[in-house]
Design a protein. Structure first.
Length: 140
């Protein structure tokens, strides 16, 4: 699942690499934000989920960090996919403490695995919506 997720991220990044700055700044009603902002948000969330699951080799970025560029986003996607696919087989049902928006709650690791995949899929769809509004054919 996470290898497919990384593949889908790479496909979308490759489709967006040639966009102008104005196109990367484009948005549409009902989506998270600009193309660049949404791509960074996808990776920021994925690195956060991986760290919550116990990944030690993943560096966390945040949605509001300066734009890291496509190469850095791709590196982080690969590191996250490698870490998560390595962690999945040994995951237990022992709850993980999650700080932040759900302050102090505990979550089954399976919920984090599913959320990581679902979250990225949702936001890739939003980027595809923006691309379509720009008259650009999104990747399949």
């Amino acid at each position: 699942m996470y290898r497919q997720n990384a593949w889908a991220n790479r496909l979308l990044f490759d489709a967006c690499r040639g966009l102008s700055d104005a196109q990367l700044a484009a948005t549409a009603p009902g989506v998270y934000g600009s193309i660049a902002g949404t791509l960074q948000h996808i990776v920021a969330a994925e690195t956060g989920y991986a760290i919550r699951l116990g990944a030690k080799s993943v560096e966390r970025i945040k949605s509001d960090d300066p734009w890291p560029g496509f190469d850095r986003l791709a590196e982080l996607v690969e590191a996250t996919a490698t870490a998560v696919t390595g962690l999945a087989p040994s995951a237990t049902s022992k709850p993980i403490r999650v700080d932040g928006a759900t302050a102090g709650s505990e979550v089954d690791p399976a919920v984090i695995f599913v959320q990581m995949f679902h979250h990225s899929t949702e936001h890739r769809s939003q980027v595809n919506t923006i691309l379509t509004t720009l008259g650009i054919e999104p990747p399949e």
